[in-house]
Design a binder for this molecule. Structure first.
Ligand code: IVH
Length: 702
């Protein structure tokens, strides 16, 4: 029980308890949001494979910012709100940006744009309205990849991506193939860094997708991701073939050159040096005029031969920019106005049902092709029977489609005024469209399933999932190849991938020796993947990467997992009863046993990480580390705590067992520990704590 101040009234105590509970709740939500934002940053910036639409990502960041504003004690310097984008990836050499490449704050409606202009005015000590005399530079927000070009004595010496804003990736060789980017400048200063956006024009993107389709390969999702992928090519010839383009919009480091007074004159100057500068830029005198500009482009975004996701408004006078300055993440003198996800209407031609890897029967809309948010949409998921009923969409309807910012198309609903008379409601099929087996909807489920383990559709999607990036990551083994191999009877399950008759493949159209060699190498490489990837790849219902990781670590070998009872599995931290039951049931099936036999015969890694044999002396306890220790790295100290069953959170709360204080500790953690009466211990005390689980008898550190 907590000891509280004896003088407090019950109301005060109740208020304090409520406030604490609210902070705890917020802390949990903040931790969860941060993990999600970090994850999606990596998917977007490093892997070029976003999983959620931009708009959803923006909501996550917004909610996180809101909570951090409301509970300042939860704001830490390493929060993704304080950092820019993802980290650099390992494939290209790192480049330290001499002037950081910042991100932009976002406004989602006119009010937020006006509020920003008022903040600008206040920041400049200008009366409201007088600030309009500043002049706003309005630019389009190009939906591409940020790039920094460095010229020394007029020669292009380096091109780098933004990375995390401080350190990017060196992609000079690839950028040299982009024909609109000058290699040599006339009359340039000693050092000139130009920032801008590399993008793929829509026409090039469409042509590329036509070529993909003709070759039986999967289509690219949208121009932005395709541009990102094109820049990450190891072979610059591939980049060259893509037809990338560039708009310059900002200066980085400049040594020498003309005296520039405004952003607009800087852009004009870049134009005279030979850089492509977007012609739709405007200097506008008032925030009302700025709103006119953003609305114009809201209406006309599709008149452009490239994709935009909004507009960027910058204070034009560079002296004002300097005096406004920046936060850790973004300049105060600029604001991105994000356009809402666009909507289009098209005809719903049919509703069909696809069978996923767990047998889940998912209805999807077959649409009259419509161009939305950067690519042609022909299909969209409808999730399940209830969703179809709820949305009341019927084959023959005109429907509203949205592609929330980028990747995943969604059917919002029908345009009822255009519904043909007597249009019949759609009925969920009774039989599996692939194998004809009866479809089953368990009472407690929103989904319907094909329960036939040998259903060909189900098997095929299982193989796709097995080979996908999130699982065994077998490069080149995508949907269309798997479909082809399966149709030809070369594979029936994921285990068969390792025993493909390559002589037969060699006779197929579209398979040269190089692609066969690449596929073989990718399969070979996958054999050594960690056990967790294999477990994920099995596609067992309810088992995600976290549960798979817990099982792999808890049992240490696939055989031990297969031999375990559901109860034994559920006793592993991080494995709930639902997961345990599902995994147990899965391994009981003959199909699963046959599959694992093939993996074993192929020589796949079945061994997990070493099982911790340490006594769990810190089970369920939280120990916070601050400052640097001699015998442990920052991660090492956390790992040592976790290996003994404890947690190592980033902030001190009343539940913290102890704060380990190293050299240069964080002042806020120390103060918090003192306030809450949490014991502070030194490194020797920490070592003792790790060994015994007991605090030293006199733990206080000065
Ligand atoms: S200015 C310090 N201007 O949007 C200001 N950025 O969401 C740096 N972007 O990282 C950016 N068009 O990749 C600026 N006209 C434009 C832009 C633009 C697109 C991108 C850029 C930036 C991102 C922020």
């Amino acid at each position: 029980m907590d000891v509280r101040d004896a003088d407090q009234t019950p109301t005060e105590v109740a208020a304090e308890v409520a406030a604490e509970a609210a902070t705890d709740e917020a802390a949990r939500e903040v931790a969860e949001l941060r993990a999600q934002v970090v994850h999606h940053n990596r998917r977007y910036h490093e892997l070029d494979a976003p999983e959620i639409p931009d708009a959803t990502y923006d909501q996550l960041v917004r909610r996180l910012q809101e909570l951090e504003a409301k509970y300042p004690s939860l704001l830490t310097a390493d929060s993704p709100t304080q950092l820019v984008g993802g980290g650099p990836s390992a494939a290209f050499a790192p480049v330290q940006h001499r002037v950081p490449m910042m991100s932009l704050d976002n406004a989602f409606d006119h009010d937020e744009l006006r509020a920003w202009s008022q903040r600008v005015n206040r920041g400049l000590d200008l009366a409201d309205g007088a600030g309009d005399a500043l002049g706003y530079m309005c630019e389009l927000k190009i939906d591409g990849i940020a790039l920094s070009l460095r010229y020394e004595d007029g020669l292009l010496v380096q091109a780098a991506t933004r990375g995390n804003g401080q350190v990017g990736e060196d992609i000079t060789a690839n950028i040299r193939t982009v024909s609109v980017i000058p290699h040599r400048l006339e009359g340039a200063p000693a050092v000139l860094e130009v920032r801008g956006e590399v993008y793929l024009p829509v026409a090039r993107f469409e042509a590329l997708n036509e070529a993909q389709e003709a070759a039986g390969l999967a289509r690219y999702a949208n121009p932005r991701n395709t541009a990102a992928g094109s820049l990450r090519q190891k072979d610059p010839r591939v980049t060259a073939s893509r037809g990338l383009a560039f708009w310059a919009y900002q200066l980085g480091e400049v040594v020498g050159g003309p005296e520039l007074v405004t952003q607009s004159s800087a852009l004009d100057w870049l134009g005279t040096l030979g850089f492509p500068v977007n012609p739709e830029r405007r200097v506008l005198p008032t925030i009302d005029a700025v709103i006119g500009y953003v609305e114009h482009w809201h209406e006309h975004r599709h008149d452009l031969p490239y994709e935009i996701d909004g507009a960027v408004v910058k204070v034009d006078a560079l002296a004002f920019q300097r005096s406004l300055g920046s936060t850790a993440r973004a300049p105060r003198w600029a604001m991105a106005y994000k356009l809402p996800p666009e909507e289009r209407t098209t005809r719903l031609l049919d509703i069909m049902v696809s069978i996923g890897r767990t047998g889940k029967a998912t209805p999807f809309a077959v649409l009259e092709p419509v161009f939305v948010a950067g690519s042609t949409v022909k299909m969209a998921t409808l999730h399940n029977a209830d969703q179809v009923r709820l949305k009341d969409v019927r084959p023959g309807d005109v429907v509203v489609i949205r592609k929330a910012g980028d990747v995943i198309p969604e059917v919002l609903g029908p345009v009822l005024s255009e519904r043909p008379e007597g249009l019949a409601e759609w009925v969920f099929p009774v039989h599996c469209p692939s194998c004809g087996h009866l479809l089953v909807r368990p009472e407690t489920e929103a989904h319907t399933f094909c329960v036939n383990l040998s259903c060909p559709s189900r098997r095929q999607t299982q193989i796709e999932y097995f080979a996908s990036r999130g699982a065994m990551d077998i490069e080149g083994m995508g949907e269309s190849r798997i479909a082809r191999f399966a149709e030809l009877g070369l594979i029936a399950d994921a285990g068969d991938l390792y025993f493909i008759d390559w002589d037969e493949v060699a006779g197929l159209k579209g398979f040269g020796q190089t692609s066969i060699d690449n596929l073989k190498a990718a399969l070979e490489a996958s054999k050594a993947r960690p056990l967790v990837s294999l477990l994920v790849g099995l596609g067992i219902r309810h088992l995600g990467p976290a549960g798979a990781g817990a099982l792999a670590a808890g049992f240490g070998h696939l055989d031990r997992i297969m031999a375990a009872s559901a109860e034994e599995m559920a006793s592993v931290d991080g494995v709930g009863a639902t997961i345990a039951a599902s995994v147990h049931q899965y391994f009981q099936s003959e199909a699963a046993q046959g599959l694992i036999d093939k993996f074993r015969a192929a020589g796949l890694n079945l061994v997990g990480p070493e099982v911790s044999t340490l006594r769990q002396v810190l089970a369920g306890k939280a120990v916070v580390v601050t400052g640097s220790l001699v015998g442990f790295s920052r991660d090492g100290a956390g790992d040592a705590i976790k290996a003994r069953g404890g947690k190592s959170p980033g902030s001190v709360s009343k539940k913290t067992l102890a704060v380990v204080v190293g050299a240069d500790p964080g002042a806020s953690k120390l103060t918090k520990a003192e306030e809450l009466g949490v014991p502070r211990i030194d490194e020797a005390g920490f070592v003792q704590l790790l060994e015994t689980g007991e605090l030293p008898s006199a733990p206080v550190v000065p």
